[in-house]
Design a protein around this ligand. Structure first.
Ligand code: NAD
Ligand code: UD1
Length: 336
C-alpha cells in the first residue's frame, strides 16, 4: 500500500516525503511542477537513501488521476498541491479557484471512485480571517480576506460536507501557522520563485546578498516591539504532524480541523535579530508602511493537535533559523 502525496516536490511536501520514507512507507508523488522541480526528488533520495515514485500530473486532470489510482494501491492521500501566493491570488483569482478548489474536487471524486477515503489536507491559519483574537482555536468562526484564503475555506467546507454525507471518510484538515526552516541536512528547503513574499525567505536572501534590504511592514502594531507577531513552525515538525495525522485517520471518522503551530508568537524584529545572531551577517532593514491585509498578532492554540494526534512542536526558533540559514547559505540560488 502506498500513500499518495500531491504537491510532494514542493517545500512542505518534500520534507514530509523524507519523513515518510524514513519510516519505510511507500510513497507516490503527483506534482505538475508548477512551483517546484524534480531536483528536490534527487535531494530527498540523497537524504533518505530511498526513492519515491514520481508522476508528473495535474490534479485537475481527472484521467491522469484515475491512471495513478489504477496503477498504485493507494491507502490514503496527503494533499499539498495548490497555489499559495496571496498577492498573486488577487491578480488571477480564477486560476486559484480552478487549481485549488476544482483540483481538489477532481481529486476527491477520483478517491471516491477508487474507495480511498482517508485524506490529510493542507489548510492554513488564514481561515481564521481578521476578526478573531489569538490564541486561535479550531472552534472559532472562519472567514477569508483574499482569494487564496477563500480557496482554503471553500475546500474545508467541501471536506466537512463530504464527511457528513458518507461516514466512511476520515479527513484531517491541518491548519498550518507560519512554516519556516529546512531539513537539518541543508539539502532541501524553501525555494520561492522570484522575489519572496514571506518573511523568512526574504530575510535569508538579504543575508546571502541576493536582496539589498528588508522592508519591515509596520512598527506601530500593538505588539512587543510594534512589529507583526506570528507563530513560526519548523517545517520538519510540520512534516511530522502529517505522519501523526495519517496514523490517526482510522480512528477519527468525519472531518476534523486541527491547528499546527507552536502556540508562541515571535515579532519581525525578533526574527531579524535572531537571524543576525545565528548567521553573523548583518540584515539591513527599513521600516515601511503596514502591508494591506496584515494583522498585528497571529498564534495558535496548539492543544488539539496534542490531544488528538499526540503531536507537538519539538524544534525552537534557534533550530528554525539555523536550519533556514544552513539551507540558504549552502544553496544561495535554491536548487539551481
Ligand atoms: P509549494 O508551492 O512549495 O508546494 C505546492 C506544490 O504543489 C508545488 O510543488 C506545485 O508544483 C504543486 N502543484 C500546484 N498546483 C498543482 C496541480 N494542479 N497539480 C499538481 N501539483 C500542483 O508550497 P508549500 O509551501 O509546500 O505548500 C503546500 C501546501 O500547504 C499548499 O496547499 C499551501 O497552500 C499550504 N500552506 C502553505 C503555507 C506556507 O506558508 N508555505 C501555509 C499554509 C498552508
Ligand atoms: C502570509 C499570508 C497568509 C499565508 C502565510 C503563509 C498575507 C497577508 N498573508 O501570512 O495568507 O497563509 O503568508 O504563506 O500575505 N513581513 C515583513 N516584511 C516582509 C515580509 C513579511 O515585515 O518582507 C512581516 C509581515 O508583515 C508579518 C510577518 O512578517 O508580520 C510574517 O509575514 P509572512 O511571512 O508574509 O506571513 P503572514 O503575513 O503571516
Amino acid at each position: 500500500m502506498s500513500l499518495l502525496i500531491t504537491g510532494g516536490t514542493g517545500y512542505i511536501g518534500s520534507h514530509t516525503v523524507v519523513e515518510l520514507l524514513n519510516t519505510n512507507q511507500d510513497v507516490v508523488i503527483v506534482d505538475n511542477l508548477a512551483n517546484s522541480s524534480t531536483k528536490s526528488l534527487d535531494r530527498v533520495e540523497q537524504i533518505t537513501g530511498k526513492k519515491a515514485t514520481f508522476i508528473k500530473a495535474d490534479i485537475c486532470d481527472k484521467e491522469a488521476m484515475r491512471e495513478v489510482f489504477k496503477a498504485h494501491d493507494i491507502s490514503g492521500v496527503i494533499h499539498f498541491a495548490g497555489l499559495k501566493a496571496v498577492g498573486e491570488s488577487t491578480q488571477i483569482p480564477l486560476s486559484y479557484y480552478h487549481n485549488n478548489v476544482s483540483g481538489t474536487v477532481v481529486l476527491l471524486d477520483v478517491m471516491n471512485e477508487f474507495n480511498v477515503k482517508n485524506l490529510v489536507f493542507s489548510s492554513s491559519a488564514t481561515v481564521y480571517g481578521e476578526n478573531n483574537t489569538s490564541p486561535l482555536v479550531e472552534t472559532m468562526p472562519t472567514s477569508a480576506t483574499n482569494p487564496y484564503g477563500q480557496t482554503k475555506l471553500m475546500i474545508e467546507h467541501i471536506l466537512f460536507d463530504l464527511a457528513k454525507s458518507d461516514p466512511d471518510w476520515s479527513i484531517i484538515s491541518l491548519r498550518y501557522f507560519n512554516p519556516i526552516g529546512a531539513h537539518a541536512s541543508g539539502l532541501i528547503g524553501e525555494n520561492p520563485n522570484g522575489i519572496p513574499n514571506n518573511l523568512l525567505p526574504f530575510v535569508s536572501q538579504v543575508a546571502v546578498g541576493r536582496l539589498k534590504q528588508l522592508q519591515v511592514f509596520g512598527d506601530d502594531y500593538d505588539t512587543i516591539d510594534g512589529t507583526g507577531v506570528r507563530d513560526y513552525i519548523h517545517v520538519v515538525d510540520l512534516a511530522l504532524a502529517h505522519l501523526k495525522a495519517v496514523a490517526a485517520l482510522p480512528k477519527l471518522p468525519g472531518c476534523t480541523a486541527i491547528n499546527v503551530g507552536t502556540g508562541n508568537g515571535t515579532s519581525v524584529l525578533q526574527i531579524v535579530n535572531k537571524f543576525k545572531e545565528i548567521s553573523k551577517v548583518d540584515i539591513p532593514y527599513q521600516i515601511s508602511p503596514r502591508r494591506p491585509g496584515d494583522i498585528a498578532t497571529v498564534f495558535a492554540e496548539a492543544k488539539l493537535a496534542h490531544e488528538v494526534l499526540g503531536w507537538q512542536a519539538e524544534r525552537d526558533l534557534t533550530d528554525m533559523i539555523s536550519d533556514t540559514w544552513r539551507w540558504q547559505s549552502e544553496n544561495p540560488n535554491g536548487f539551481e
